[in-house]
Design a protein around this ligand. Structure first.
Ligand code: PEP
Ligand code: MN
Length: 355
């Protein structure tokens, strides 16, 4: 048996209507109302160069020929990909995720804005997280990361400080004004994530459909990491679960995949960046830390990611990588991070993108 959101996706076509330039907005809205009377939901996406109507629901009763005959219709397309609302056809412009900062300002990821997320693999102590947060902020990071609930391969490894870790992360947010990113592993912890600005779904949970369905009901931005052995299509289908539930605030993250190569912890699939950006309107960031597992390789991969069109990077930074309780080998120091930021600023500037 196929479960409900998937069944809806596969059996009910999504239709996209491109509206002719210069169409008066009232005329377009009246047209959208007529379509809605035929039992579909119309999603209007007004871009700078093109307005698109995305029809969701049972489009089987909509007569395509008649649509094409309408004066205001430029083109009618049926989206064939199984990921429909994540597809760029549905929303031709880049999606820009807005995150309200604690200082009253708004930060963006996507649509020309690079999101630079930095911080330790896991929150270890008040001094550690506040010290790193201040250093990465000083260097120009836009967001602070820190794991409180850690998905560890061994049950004997440090599992994170849990709720205490989130409290410390919130203290660092208060101190620095940086919005925070942290991984949610179990929906039963959701209440503790109230003040977490971006919820991370880790690689190991990318296909935890129960979790995805729950998060689809919320309006929190989600950082969705690609599974260790997931295809680009599977990542987009995971995003589709969130969008199908109504949560469109998604940032995709390429973090390396399993291959035969064992020089690096994983293999950074940089081709996923242009592929995802071509297929989807969602912002795409790269995590070179988990991709390589090697601190010395992180700056090169981070620069390559931005050059390949990524909308940001997520970097593990630790004040003392040698004593880190998790992922020290792949963590760069605040000084190294500051050096990387100098380079990333130049890359961003030459492409006309903002940090
Ligand atoms: C992390 O970012 O801390 C993490 C565990 O990453 P991933 O899920 O990509 O392994
Ligand atoms: Mn880590």
């Amino acid at each position: 048996m196929i479960d409900e959101p998937a069944r809806v996706l596969y059996t009910q076509g999504i239709m996209v209507i491109a509206i002719k330039k210069g169409t008066p907005p009232e005329e377009m809205r009246a047209f959208a109302d007529i379509l809605e009377q035929q039992g579909v939901t119309v999603h209007i996406s007004e871009g700078a160069s093109q307005t698109i109507l995305g029809l969701i629901g049972d489009t089987s009763r909509i007569d395509e020929e008649r649509l094409r005959a309408q004066r205001l219709v430029e083109k009618v397309i049926r989206v064939q990909a199984p990921y429909k609302r994540a597809h760029r056809q549905f929303h031709p412009e880049d999606t820009r995720i807005a995150i309200a900062g604690p200082d009253g300002g708004t930060k963006y990821i996507g649509g020309g804005f690079l999101g630079i997320i930095a911080g330790p693999c896991s929150v270890e102590s008040r001094d550690q997280i506040i010290g790193i947060a201040s250093a990465v902020k000083q260097a120009g990071a836009g967001f602070l990361r820190g794991g409180a609930f850690k998905p560890r391969t061994s049950p004997y490894s440090f599992q994170g400080l849990g709720e205490e870790g989130l409290d410390l992360l919130l203290a660092a947010k208060k101190e620095t004004g940086l919005p925070i990113v942290s991984e949610l592993m179990d929906i039963s912890h959701i209440d503790a994530f109230d003040e977490v600005d971006i919820i991370q779904i880790g690689a190991r949970n990318m296909q935890n459909f129960t979790l995805l369905k729950e998060l689809g009901q919320r309006r929190k931005p989600i950082l969705l990491k690609r599974g260790l052995a997931s295809t680009i299509k599977e990542l987009l289908m995971a995003a589709e679960y969130l969008i199908a539930g109504g949560n469109e605030h998604i940032i995709l993250c390429e973090r390396g995949i399993r291959t035969f190569e064992d020089f690096t912890r994983n293999t950074l699939d940089l081709s996923a960046v242009p592929a995802l950006k071509r297929e989807s309107h969602l912002p795409v960031i790269v995590d070179p830390s988990h991709a390589s597992g090697l601190a010395w390789m992180v700056p090169a991969l981070a620069k390559a990611a931005v050059a390949a069109g990524a909308d940001g990077v997520m970097i593990e930074v630790h004040n003392n990588p040698e004593t880190a309780r998790c992922d020290g080998e792949q963590s760069i120091t605040p000084e190294e991070f500051a050096g990387l930021m100098t380079a990333l600023r130049k890359y961003a500037a030459c492409e006309g993108r903002s940090l």
